[in-house]
Design a protein around this ligand. Structure first.
Ligand code: MGD
Ligand code: MGD
Ligand code: MO
Length: 622
């Protein structure tokens, strides 16, 4: 993204807002949909959920939606979206074909491509097939995606005839070469040439979190002092099992060759590797390698269970805090609701106690305790607001009231200034323009990244089902945040026979003699898990959906099970025992969860116990 359109976090704040979309957009083309389930959350917290009413306002104004996704409910029912089901991971091919149709039919914007972009002349021969003999036309993409060629051509024409917003869900990145559909979506929007027009062009993740497309108060929130980490060794987090298995080994990352450090100790706080990592069986084995693992964690989940030392921390309801984000208009006082459970301590108190043992408590706390920090951070926020002529109440008044509503700031039309004068209002890319061809990326020397977006057949996909016949979508869960509160009632009541629900198309279920409510074994060469069946035509044929987040429940090491296999098995339905632990590419080395084939069979054995939710055995001190 920084190579192509500029700084990602800046872009997220500047994208077309829902208000602008409702007022100007005629057609929204959503790759990966606009899942309403995901808009329940936002990093930093939110005062009001806006996604539903924002989308409803669009419908009321006549905005049309097209959702390209394997799941029907990635678009809310009230959107009346046209539902297209390209094979998962084939989006880049569909986007190429849309661009091809636009160019062949003279519907592309030559002026925009010439004025606002670099590299059109390098990409065009690839698109048209002049450089490799393969025209990336609708017939070509039809064979790859399974969408009819006429549907692709018709969509391209509709996009050109209307004010169109192209949007891509964050999920498309989590795949083999997942950087490609992002780049290609920007190129497609450039070919269409509506970037910089109100409600037109491109935006990302409107169905990822509540605040995408929100106006908000746009006042950056202050944070604790970060200090400077004296350790410069770095790995992309998705490469951690690689690191543990191969200390010292070299790996490629974004044009550099780095070496895996020889990590002897792991201290993990505020994340659950047994949730987010791919191929958890491999991780669980690699986890045996460091000398010490410390988990700093409120819950007795897989993260805590796999640690040598657990520092129990409080949850958000057991401490005082403030919540807010630039994309919201609320400052929220999060007053402690209950006393800390057992010996749990606040994260800040744990770190302060550790800093004390290491001899730098004062430098860490800056002399402040919990409420000292809450008040200081609020006051810094208030000062920043004042600098933008927004008056926030003094701390005591805010804390007693519980919240304060800030005025919403108007959001300028995304890239309108750039469109009008690209040489003056430059982007933060190396050329200052939209990089259809990136000299930076081409210069990295990665043969799979020639400098412009190209289609690569994913390593696992429905275009090649020799090994396993079904594509697994392991998306964000609707009943929790990742693994958080899987032990809670909302998540637990969604389970089928105690196992995570798996969605399967009626034809795929019938072919396997599977019915709703059955327990199935989902498996591939990397692992297996049990899941509870929901048969639905809301999922594309050939695709199964098993959301992330069930607490990893490997088989007990009771002698009846071989340990190496038992670690790759999850009795609760965590899909990450099945997914591939390989980087998306040498460019980003991100997790490629959505590139994953599996098979499903009815499970007829005795159900293994679900040990993952049981509390720890406490041995009294003697
Ligand atoms: N309820 C809830 N909300 C959440 C979260 C949560 O855990 N629970 N997590 C939050 C976080 S951290 C994030 S990053 C965001 C993530 O936001 P997203 O990445 O948008 O969320 P997902 O649900 O993973 O993916 C959305 C949809 O993309 C589709 N999809 C997957 N692969 C492909 C593909 O190759 N092509 C196409 N066209 N579609 C595909 C799937 O059908 C999936 O339902 O959600 C946030 N919101
Ligand atoms: N297959 C597949 N895998 C994925 C994804 C996918 O789409 N598919 N999505 C990826 C994405 S986008 C993300 S963001 C990651 C999410 O991965 P993680 O962020 O690692 O997942 P969480 O379950 O949210 O882990 C948060 C942990 O912090 C703990 N915690 C909560 N509050 C506190 C606190 O106040 N203090 C402390 N110390 N701990 C606390 C929770 O109990 C939990 O164990 O997963 C990634 N993995
Ligand atoms: Mo995420």
């Amino acid at each position: 993204m920084p190579h192509v359109l500029g700084n990602f976090f800046e872009l997220l704040l500047k994208m077309p807002t829902w208000e602008q979309i409702a007022a100007n957009t005629e057609l929204v083309v959503a790759f990966g949909g606009l899942a309403m389930k995901n808009t329940q959350v936002h990093a930093g917290g939110f005062g009001r959920h806006i996604a539903r009413e924002a989308q409803q306002a669009c419908v009321a104004r006549g905005v049309e939606f097209v959702s390209l996704s394997a799941l029907r409910d990635d678009a809310a029912e009230f959107l009346n979206a046209a539902w297209l089901c390209p094979r998962p991971n084939s989006d880049t091919a569909v986007m190429l074909a849309l661009a091809h149709t636009l160019v062949r039919e003279g519907l592309h914007n030559e002026d925009f491509l010439a004025r606002c972009c670099v590299g059109w002349e390098k990409f065009r021969p690839y698109l048209l097939g002049e450089s490799d003999g393969v025209a990336k036309d609708a017939d070509w993409a039809a064979k790859i995606s399974g969408l009819p060629a006429a549907t692709i051509r018709d969509l391209a024409r509709r996009m050109a005839g209307k004010r169109t917003l192209i949007t891509v869900s964050w999920s498309l990145q989590r795949a083999d070469h997942g950087e490609m559909p992002y780049w290609m979506s920007i190129v497609l929007a450039a070919v269409l040439g509506q970037i910089g027009l109100p409600g037109g062009g491109i935006g990302f993740g409107y169905g990822a979190v509540n605040g995408m497309g929100a106006g908000g108060a746009r006042i950056p929130l202050p944070a604790l002092s970060q200090g400077v980490n004296p350790v410069s060794a770095f790995i992309p987090v998705a490469r951690i099992a690689d690191m543990l298995e191969n200390p010292g080994a070299a790996f490629a990352y974004n044009g550099r060759m780095l070496n895996y450090p020889d990590a002897r100790m792991i201290y993990w706080c505020g994340g659950n590797p047994f949730h987010h990592h791919q191929q958890i069986g491999r991780l669980a084995r690699a986890w045996q390698m460091p000398e010490t693992i410390i988990a700093h964690e409120p819950w007795w989940n897989a993260h805590a269970r796999h640690a040598d030392i657990v520092l129990p921390s409080t949850t958000t309801v057991e401490r005082n805090d403030i919540a807010g984000t630039v994309q919201d208009t609320y400052a929220l006082a999060m007053q402690k609701a209950v006393a800390p459970f057992g010996q749990a301590r606040n994260d800040h108190d744990i770190f302060a106690a550790l800093a004390e043992r290491l001899g730098f408590r004062e430098a860490f706390t800056e002399g402040r305790d919990e409420m000292g920090w809450v008040e200081t951070l609020y006051t810094r926020w208030r000062d920043r607001a004042a600098a933008q002529n927004v008056e926030m109440p003094a701390f005591q008044a805010f804390w007693e009231a519980g919240h304060f509503r800030l005025p919403e700031q108007p959001v300028p039309v995304f890239l309108a200034d750039f469109r009008a004068a690209p040489d003056v209002h430059k982007l933060t890319t190396p050329s200052g323009k939209i990089e259809i061809f990136s000299a930076t990326v081409a210069g990295l020397g990665y043969d799979d990244y020639p400098g412009y977006p190209v289609w690569h057949e994913p390593v696992e996909w429905l275009g090649n089902t020799r090994a396993y016949p079904l594509h697994l979508i392991s998306n964000q869960p609707r009943t929790r945040l990742h693994s958080q509160l899987d032990n809670g009632i909302v998540s637990q009541t969604s389970k089928v026979n105690g196992r995570e629900p798996i969605w399967i198309h009626p034809a795929d279920a019938a072919a396997r003699g599977i019915a709703g409510g059955d327990i199935v074994r989902v498996f591939n060469g990397r692992g297996a898990c049990l899941a509870g069946v929901v048969v639905t035509d809301g999922v594309m044929r050939g695709v199964v959906q098993l959301a992330t987040g069930a607490w990893y429940a490997p088989l007990p090491e009771d002698g009846a099970h071989d340990q190496s296999n038992s670690l790759s098995f999850c009795a609760a339905g965590n899909p990450n025992v099945l997914t591939r632990d390989a980087g998306t590419s040498r460019l980003a080395q991100g997790p490629g969860a959505h590139t994953c084939l599996v098979n499903v069979e009815k499970y007829t054995g005795t159900l293994p116990p679900l040990t993952s939710q049981e509390p720890p055995v406490v041995v009294p001190r003697t």
